[in-house]
Ligand binder design. Structure first.
Ligand code: FES
Length: 95
C-alpha cells in the first residue's frame, strides 16, 4: 500500500485535506462530510438559533437538517455532501 491510501477498515480511498474553520483536517475522498468531521472529533456543527445549544448530525440521511453548514460558502447538508480535496467548511455561528 502506498502512503496516503491505507486506512482504517481497509478504506483505500485517497486521503484529502479539507478546511474546517480555517484548520486543515484529513478526510477520505468521496466520504460524506459528517463522517469525516466525526472521525476528527468534530461533532458540534453549529449552534441552535433558539438557545444557542450545540447541534450535530442526527439522522445522517438528509431529513433532520441538523447538519446544515456553510460548505464552499453555500448552506448545505453535511450528511449529503461528499468530501473532495480543498472543501471549505464553516461551523461558526447560528444557522
Ligand atoms: S444529519 Fe440529518 S439532515 Fe444531515
Amino acid at each position: 500500500m502506498s502512503a496516503g491510501t491505507s486506512g482504517v477498515g481497509g478504506d483505500a480511498r485517497p486521503l484529502v485535506t479539507i478546511l474546517v474553520d480555517d484548520v486543515a483536517v484529513p478526510a477520505r475522498a468521496g466520504e460524506m462530510l459528517t463522517t469525516a468531521l466525526a472521525r476528527n472529533g468534530l461533532l458540534r456543527l453549529r449552534k441552535s438559533p433558539r438557545a444557542g445549544g450545540a447541534r450535530g448530525a442526527f439522522c445522517h440521511m438528509g431529513v433532520c437538517q441538523e447538519c446544515a453548514l456553510h460548505v464552499d460558502g453555500v448552506l448545505r447538508q453535511a450528511c449529503l455532501t461528499p468530501v473532495r480535496e480543498g472543501l471549505t467548511v464553516e461551523r461558526r455561528g447560528v444557522l
